[in-house]
Unconditional design. Structure first.
Length: 103
């Protein structure tokens, strides 16, 4: 069965008051992605992704339950200021959340 990736991307804001926007942009991206999810299409197996600036990706990794990420086949693509991309799978959500709760 063919696989398709649907990725919603959001950029980083550089405005002076952008701190809270950059920390919550993942929530807007997740909402947009959910409205586009294909739940019952036999032709393809869909995987979903959020392409986010690192600060937003870190918040999303901490706040989206790993069980939901696994059920939704949700990945996060974290982009740092140098343009380096790190891909987080649903399994990585769990690891990230366990590490954060131990700190």
């Amino acid at each position: 069965q063919a696989r398709r990736f649907l990725i919603e991307c959001k950029g980083k804001s550089y405005a002076k008051s952008a701190k809270s926007v950059n920390e919550t942009v993942w929530l807007y991206a997740l909402g947009q992605l959910i409205t586009r999810m294909k739940v019952a299409e036999a032709k393809y197996a869909y995987e979903y992704g959020l392409g986010l600036p690192k600060v937003s990706a870190d918040k999303a990794l901490k706040r989206i339950p790993w069980q939901a990420a696994k059920l939704l086949c949700l990945f996060i693509f974290s982009v740092d200021d140098d343009g380096k991309v790190t891909k987080y799978s649903p399994k990585d959500f769990k690891t990230f959340q366990i590490q954060k709760s131990n700190n």
